[in-house]
Design a protein around this ligand. Sequence first.
Ligand code: LMR
Length: 401
Amino acid sequence: TWSAVPAGPPDAILGVTEAFKADKDPRKINLGVGAYRDDQGKPYVLDCVKKAESILEASKPDKEYLPITGHAEFTKNAVKLAYGADSTPLKAGISSTQSISGTGALRIGAAFLARHYPHSKVVYLPSPSWGNHVPIFRDSGFEVRNYTYFDPTTLGLNFEGLKADLLTKAPENSVVLLHACAHNPTGVDPTPEQWAEISDICKERKLFPFFDMAYQGFASGSTSRDAFAVRHFVSQGHQIALCQSFAKNMGLYGERVGAFSLVTADPEEKARVDSQLKIIIRPMYSNPPVHGARIANTILANEDLYTQWEGEVKGMADRIITMREKLHNILTHDLKTPGDWGHIKSQIGMFSFTGLKKAQTVALADKAHVYMTADGRISMAGLNASNIAYFAESVDGAVKG
Ligand code: LMR
């Protein structure tokens, strides 16, 4: 029956973890998937999460189904975190639903737009973007195109190219995917002034802003500062779509906690959109899992836990910044590795886009047991005091050939 089914390639990101797991060398390092590790290289369960879990356990919760759109208090608190407690649409009407983390939020949003956004079936993604954005939108019925984002010569933002593409290349009403903060994979974000210009262009060209916010707190260490772009667009009257993930900022990866929201014009419009979100979700997975949403909500709703959480997010962001400085210093000063490595320090969030070429990443995996995605992206969180010197020496070897 399945003789004509062709073998597919491994996933560009999760396939790296598979290759890493199969490697038996004790020096091996996985810098592929964006998952935080502590300074001992171990997965990190936040203390506020442990506390929330013990509070939950003591309350002996049942295992009943959640409603189709999930844990209502969790989604209320999640959108408050993103839009800000004093956000006007929060009162007027934000339609929201719990989602299977960020990917699920993107999928619900893409499905909703494919069915109900009347103006366009074209989405513009930054070049490059998170690998999974392409199939998510394509499988939802969108034509996927790119807008200029990263400049390979400066290893920074090509803002002129970005503006030109949104002003002249993207047809009016196109959907534009924007990484709210800590752009994945490049670690390069627009400045607040540049965001303001992008917002103006979207308004002028009637482009629909579709935000993916998977790293709130990881860019600057502050959840409110990282929400700048989202809040600015909303303050300018854009009716944005927003995808949120609590995988990274609460370390709830496998719990699959996220939210999708759409700014609507008024409560009546919100009620109609709410009803259609349910119609999209019910045949996909019926209703979302309960445990992770309860954890996230316990943290968001409890003042002490919330404060502790903010400290822990900052702690994770700070450790990554320390690794950026160390790696930069070893490459530049100790090893004098050819090239300019300043971008390792200036890029932000969980990733650094090293500039290493595909052949070098292959050589690093084969010869040094160091794993990263083929585009040269490294998850900075995979580095720690014990492996950073070995990693830098391996990079040095790959660059010197
Ligand atoms: C990543 O880019 O590594 C993360 O977003 C994890 C994933 O699912 O790809």
